[in-house]
Design a protein around this ligand. Sequence first.
Ligand code: HEC
Length: 257
Amino acid sequence: MKMNKKALTKLATLFVGVFILGSCSTDPTSPGYEYMPDMYRSPAIEPYVDYGEIRGRINEDVKTKMSALTPPSFAIPYYGKDSAYVQMMLPYRRMPDSTYANVAAFYGWNISKLNEYEMAKADVNPIKLTADNSEATLKKGKELFTAMCQHCHGEKGDGKGPMVVSGAYQGSGIPNYSTLQIAEGQMFYSIYYGKNKMGAHSSQLNKEEIWTLVHYIKRFQDKNYGKFDKDGKSLSIPASGSTPDSLMTNSAAKVGM
Ligand code: HEC
C-alpha cells in the first residue's frame, strides 16, 4: 500500500514534469506550446491584420486582401462593365428633404430645400421588366420583401404584418399597397430615405434591390404586373403601373437615378 502511494507520487511528478517541460521550445522567441490558444488570443476578426499569414501558415486567398480600409469620402462604388448597370448603381442623386430630415439617422446630412419627394414622381424604374427577366426579378423581390418588409407590411402587402397584428410595432399608417397612389420613383424615395415611422433602408439595400422591391410592390397593385403574353406583350394595364404614361416618356428622368 505504502509502495503504491510512493510509486504513484513518482509517476505523477514525472507526468507533470514532462507536461511542463514538453511545452518549452528551443526557439527563444516562441512562447512554447499554448494550451487552449483561444483563451489568450481573440478569435475575432481584427482590423488591420494580415490574415494571409497566421503563425507561419499562408493563406494565398486572403493574402492580398485589405482589411478594414474605409474608402475615401465621396468614393463611388463601381459595378461591372455594363454601363446601364453602372449608371443605376451610381449614388442616388436625390437628397433627403425637410420632410425626411426628421426620420432617424439624418444627422449631418445635406438636407434639400426643394420638395424632393414631389420631384421623385418623375423617376422611372431603371430595371425594365421583360418576358425574360420578369419572373426572376419578382422572385428576388419577394425574397427581399419577406426578409426586410413583410413583418410590417404583411405578406399580402395590406399593412397587416405580424408585428402590427401582435401589437409589437406601434407604427400607424402603414398603407395597403393595393390602394397606394404614388409613383414608383416616390416608392423608391420612401424606401431609400424612410418615411415617418418607416426607417430608411439605404444602408441595408442597394439601389438595384430597392428598384426590385418597387416592381414587387406593383404586383400587389395589379395582378397582371410583370406578366406577359406569348408575344412578349405586357398584360398589365397600364404597363407602367401607377406611373402616369406622360412621365414614362420623360427621358430626362431616365438618367442618373
Ligand atoms: C417598421 C415597419 C416597416 C418596415 C420594416 C417597412 N415599412 Fe414601409 N412603411 C411603414 C410605415 C409606417 C409606412 C407609412 C409611412 C407614412 O406614410 O407615414 C410605410 C410606407 C411605405 C411605402 C409608401 C411610401 C410613401 O411614400 O407613401 C412604401 C412603398 C413602403 N413602405 C415600402 C417598404 C418596403 C419595400 C420595405 C422593406 C424594404 C418597407 N416598407 C419596410 C412601415 C414599415
